[in-house]
Ligand binder design. Sequence first.
Ligand SMILES: [Ca+2]
Ligand SMILES: [Ca+2]
Length: 139
Amino acid sequence: MKSSLVGRLIAIALGGTFAVIFGVSPASAASGVTYIYSGDGDTLRAVFYEHADFTGAQLKYYGGSACTSTTADADYSRGVVPNGWNDVISAVRDYNGCDVKLYMDGPFAGRSTGYVNYGSVGRYVGYDFNDKTSSFRIS
Ligand SMILES: [Ca+2]
Ligand SMILES: [Ca+2]
């Protein structure tokens, strides 16, 4: 697990390097799959999608456990989305008891959605939040 995680992180780092070398602008738009890990990173908690129909780039977040049963806490807080992901998210799926709260600004500022259970089927974030998310929490 640990070594494959390191391998993936190296791959992500190399991908970013090649993106810079070949002039693909990482600031303009996400592409491919971007990974976020917290804890030991073995539990899929949420996947964010570039497009409303779950196509395009994906941002996959893995935590160390399922989410707690209450949304009074935050199991993960991301004050700034990864490079290329600002104002991109259009759809979300969540897993392992996790709900997702999107914020229009970062860190955790501006209008927010409240915690939403998108489920593994997932859904569009809605017109108001389409291409607006700059930070998020998971609970
Ligand atoms: Ca989008
Ligand atoms: Ca925003």
